[in-house]
Design a protein around this ligand. Sequence first.
Ligand code: PLP
Length: 447
Amino acid sequence: PIPSDPAGLTTYELDRAHVFHSWSAQKSLDPIVIAGAEGSHLWDADGNRYLDFSSQLVYTNIGHQHPRVVDAIKRQADVLCTIAPAHANDQRSLAAKLIADVAPEGMNKVFFTNGGAEAIENAVRMARLHTGRTKVMSAYRSYHGATATAIQVTGDPRRWPNEFAPAGTVHFFGPFLYRSVFQATTEQEECDRALAHLEQTILFEGPGTIAAIVLETVPGTSGIMPPPPGYLAGVRALCDRFGIVMICDEVMSGFGRTGAWFAIDHYGVTPDLITFAKGVNSGYVPMGGVVLRDEIAATFDDRAYPGGLTYSGHPLAAAAAVETIRAMHDEDVVANAARVGAEVIGPGLRELAERHPSIGDVRGLGVFWALDLVADRETKEPLAPYGGASPAVAGVLAAAREAGLLLFNQYHRIHVVPPCTITDDEAREGIAILDEALAVADAAVRT
Ligand code: PLP
């Protein structure tokens, strides 16, 4: 029982009675009651410990309860809990500067939101106002958030039940060699054909109608598919040719996840707008935003920007962001993500693939990895249908949880996305548990 509940109900009972959960049929739920967390670990009310290979929803990049960030939030609470966006505030100013400092050259202004979907809403609004056009293009294999515009821009099946109004969004296929829709056999072919497909889609939609191309720099929930070299430069060139705003969604891939501050750093391209959230302060206090290239920001020098949010640049969230970014610099967190990915996680998962017939593909970088689970390696038939679930995949997740490992899953994929601060030993420990749990998936493989 929790002390303040007069009926003496437990946290679990109160949750089931009163909390309406996201993305779920409410009756089917069985949440773990989390009592505490530290670094890469969580524990439940019964004292069971879990190694967190999910970073929750891929956002605790600095790990749980980082003492410097916790202290910064406490200190800020003593000074000033909240202040409206129209005022200037030291933490907000500093957070904006620290974010601009790690963004590509020529991106100096930050618009703050409360999370990722609102960042997409505002980035699309900025692109529409900047270009005077309305249409938006985005990838089928994408997730951009659950608010009205963001869910329409999303390509994956979470969009389907949300298409209430005409979207003004056109979807295309990004590069993904393992499941190539272009019948490509090499990265170069996939890159060239994906760019040709994008160009044709733009031409047939009417270049003068398209405000923005929105794409996750490295698509996250839809499969962690690092684009081949040259693809993002090709998208940049198409955007330049047709006057389209290039929006890179770095809500999941930003702030160290790929072993760079932003995933775009791997590709040497400067987008027009970058959306961020999650890792900016590891979600300790909700925050997201848009980083604007100077040319786009200048559109609103003398013309009012018609958008805003009551809690934009909230001081507690900003203080958490300032200390998160400083601690990430001081503790070489981004370099740790790159190194653990290259030396431990990548090789460890590839070694699992040699022994587990259910693993069709291993891909990723930094602390951003996907296992593509298949029923048949030849046909690449997914171990769960697109947009659905299967007992085999659910069995892997349950076996891992039973052994103390939390994984991130979508459809037939398992994502290995621990905090950027994970140690080599923790990464090895989690991969060893995954090794055992994959026996459930192997049993479902057709021989
Ligand atoms: N964009 C990407 C790439 C995401 O991964 C997410 C969330 O997972 C979002 C946007 C939406 O962010 P939020 O849930 O904070 O609204």
